[in-house]
Write a protein that binds this ligand. Structure first.
Ligand code: ZN
Length: 345
């Protein structure tokens, strides 16, 4: 079920969305140049340790085959180089959750994590998985940018080399257009976007390695409705809680960002569409956030993948049992930022 808000709050939200009243301006936040992954000097990345496009395709179809009808795999279209833009759907609930991995081709581990999540949801008989599948419909994209993944670059390749996470205003790339149509068709209320971090080596004020950055907003919070900003922080809290106490994981919050052409930014703001289509076809999400996991590397693959898998599963569980919508978000403001320096610092 989509949770209904008290009328007064909903009204305030639409006034905010219409720009008739203003929210408190964002507190001064540090800025940072986006762009993972964060590699140490001389670090070799063994790409053979993570699934490439063909391995992803094989695993995805295997998960579908073994799921006894739970997982359905389809393609949203073709990449610039002609690869399928695979996605999986599962669950029968009214609340639709969009889970997106690997929009940046060289940020490796989110693909494997999404496959693990699909494997779990496609085969487990646990009560919490049953609840997730009855309350939610999940749309999962294990490799948004297969051409960039194969080339091991951030951007797409064809017809232009573009950061696909800046292309939801102009829609110059086939991946953007295909996934926009899927987004309109599925009309998700929550979106999660998985990344690796760029330069953000330590939690500010400590010597602790920053392993996980939570991105509660990809546009200035003053451009969201009050309800979107609240739910984004609730999603963030549920995500962070899921990894606190897991190994030596240290968490920071993502610094100031306001990228209007980002995919989840446009899911929040609406207002754009590919040529020939109306922005009014698009329903804005209730909230969208992103995760950034540290580094990539074959030695700690399992750990890095868990840093995606655990918070995603926690969000699904909390959305399914309803606890998400009443969870406390007051700790979010108290989270530290990371230091802004090269990865090895
Ligand atoms: Zn990224």
């Amino acid at each position: 079920m989509r949770k209904r808000l008290p009328l007064a709050l909903a009204a305030a939200g639409s006034l905010l969305a219409a720009g008739l009243i203003t929210t408190t301006p964002a507190v001064a936040e540090p800025t940072m140049n986006p762009g993972g992954p964060c590699l140490q000097e001389n670090q070799t990345v063994m790409r053979s340790s993570v699934p490439d496009y063909r391995a992803m395709e094989r695993q995805l179809l295997n998960i579908e085959k073994n799921s006894k009808g739970r997982v359905k795999v389809a393609s949203a279209g073709k990449s610039g180089e002609g690869r399928e833009l695979y996605y999986a759907t599962l669950g029968t609930g009214d609340t639709v959750i969009w889970l997106q991995a690997r929009i940046h081709g060289n940020e490796l581990h989110s693909t494997e994590s999404v496959l693990q999540i699909l494997q779990e949801l496609g085969s487990s008989g646990s009560p919490s998985v049953k609840q997730i599948l009855s309350e939610l419909t999940i749309v999962a994209i294990p490799m948004y940018n297969p051409d960039g993944a194969e080339a091991n670059i951030r951007q797409s390749t064809t017809p232009n080399r573009q950061d696909l996470n800046r292309d939801w205003e102009r829609f110059t790339q086939p991946e953007s257009e295909a996934f926009w149509h899927l987004f309109v068709e599925k009309a998700p209320s929550i979106a999660l976007d998985l990344h690796h971090m760029g330069q953000a080596p330590r939690v500010a004020g400590t010597d602790d390695l920053n392993q996980f950055q939570i991105g509660a907003h990809s546009v200035d919070p003053s451009r969201m409705s009050a309800d979107q900003w609240k739910l984004a922080r609730q999603l963030s809290e549920v995500s962070i809680d899921a990894i606190s106490g897991y190994g030596q994981t240290h968490v920071a919050k993502y610094p100031y960002i306001d990228i209007t052409g980002g995919v989840i930014s446009r899911m929040i703001l609406g207002g754009t569409a590919p040529d020939g289509f109306s922005p009014s076809m698009q329903k804005n999400v209730d909230a969208a956030i992103f995760y950034e996991v540290r580094s990539v590397g074959q030695k700690s693959n399992g750990y890095l993948e868990q840093l995606f898998t655990r918070p995603v599963m926690a969000v699904l569980k909390a959305a399914a049992d309803g606890s998400l919508y009443s969870s406390d978000w007051s700790d979010y403001d108290r989270l530290s930022y990371a230091t802004n320096a090269p990865c090895g610092a």
